[in-house]
Design a protein around this ligand. Sequence first.
Ligand code: F6R
Length: 643
Amino acid sequence: MCGIVGYVGARPALSIVLDGLRRLEYRGYDSAGVAMIGDGALLTCKRAGKLGNLEKALTEGAADDVTAGIALGTTGIGHTRWATHGGPTDRNAHPHRSTNGRVAVIHNGIIENFARLRAELEAAGVEFVSDTDTECAAHLLEHELASVRAEETARSASPSGGARGAEPSAGLAAAMRRVCQRLEGAFTLLAVDVDTPDVVVGARRNSPLVVGRGQGENYLASDVSAFIEHTRDAVELGQDQVVLITPDRIEITDFDGNEAIGKDFHVDWDASAAEKGGYDYFMLKEIAEQPRAVADTLRGRLGEAGELMLDEMRITEQDLRDVDKIFIVACGTAYHAGLVAKYAIEHWTRIPCEVELASEFRYRDPVLDRSTLVVAISQSGETMDTLMALRHAKEQKARVLAICNTNGSTIPRESDAVLYTHAGPEVAVASTKAFLTQLVACYLVGLHLAQVRGVKYADEVGAVLTQLQAMPAAIEQVLETMEPVRELGRELARARSVLFIGRHVGYPVALEGALKLKELAYMHAEGFAAGELKHGPIALIDEGCPVICVVPSPVGRAVLHDKVMSNIQEVRARGARTIVIAERGDEAVRPYADHLIEVPPTPTLLTPLVTTVPLQVLACEIATARGHDVDQPRNLAKSVTVE
Ligand code: F6R
């Protein structure tokens, strides 16, 4: 949600900022704008709709002073806005300027006390020109900047003070700190001020912001993909920090002005990893990348003594041995990964494991203490619901382990241990490769716990690892046989509704299949535990209703397999058209499948790694056949940074 880019250096800022915004488009937005300091003036341009509208406005205005000035700027900020306060109009698009027009601000998040601040500013005579919460910050910044400068002038004029005045560029950072102290809620703010033309100031509380370290130039952005083509050296900011960048300086303080140190990190993927690579959509590319993503997430996990390794570990082995309850908190697709994890973790560790929607977790007062392990799963590492659940858990003294795909993001930074999924950048809004790598990470966490607690011997853990190592090839095999699934997708594009059923780990797969179809094809789709059908949902089945059935392996858990077979017959008896995903060689299902999608034989707990893939392909094909952009479905944002 909302993409933010800032640049200061010697090159024209406009194209750098626009390119950065393009790379952040995947986050979801409905208007865009830029502010540049060029030729001694602060100039802004903003438009509702996609970036193309903004670029058109900039091109059409090429002859006017604003656009000419914008093109000259070497300091600038840009924003893609996902509307919260006020509709997606030109007027509400960011940047917002203060009354005197000398300061411009962009913002991601929600300023929760904005109504009070707005009333106070209006009472003082400020006229608002938008419906946004952000505009308050612009006016407050103008006001605080004037105070900081007046105080500085007074200090340097006093006989005792100011032989050496404060660095003029520091005024904007000082004013920003004061503004932040007045704001409640979640925010990333960037600001530029015409009187300090080589400076961009940023602030963050709860919303994402990273610094890109260049040579004679520096960047600020919501995530590294915005500046990855210019630099892969980045600096992670902490909570409640203000950062000032100039072409050759990066200065970080907390909101009280105390110096703070950012954490340097190097991004291990490059710009080409975030390009479409010949595919029509990022989603298609990301589905195809799954074998590689799973292999990368598994790579290097065994230590010298045969122990499983996470990426960051600030929990002692004794603490892990003391864990008596696990909560998994996550949202959407990541929640479905958590549902699968429950089966594996409980089976391997014998520790009770609950899976909770992060948005519900803290409001129901869960029972947590220092022997509870909370596993937070998040691709972006910035999902506000998950972050708030994590913080609640920490307040109750629980240990938190993050499974995350985004280095430098907030959730891993605030966790006691981290396991990174090495999926690489996931650009399409609908999660695919992140889901499969989250599953792998969950299996690894389960095995790690089992090993540390002595419930599984190294050779048993090794045996599961060997099965996991075989999964990239199995996923590849599934991908190679997807043409009939695509054909089926084109046929199903006319369906009114599609139902999904599964049992055991096939149940979360059914939920995930339905979620993909809803979000991409805007079609009614629902996933059910197959055994629940007869308790109500079976009433939905009528003649020709497509029901996608995820069938467990007949090997090992034959009872599960047979139960799902019965459920398939129940829906067929009521006219359903059955699309069955089953293990290759499972001849028993063939007579009951109107369409059979075969996947390679796989150990029961690991089957979601193969059974999910056809559902991703199917949803993508149905959506494309219905004429939708699968990378940016309507109303959705990649990184959901509001609660
Ligand atoms: C669905 C999807 C979302 C995310 C959810 C959590 O395809 O992508 O449901 O899974 O918003 O996002 P993260 O994993 O970034 O916390």
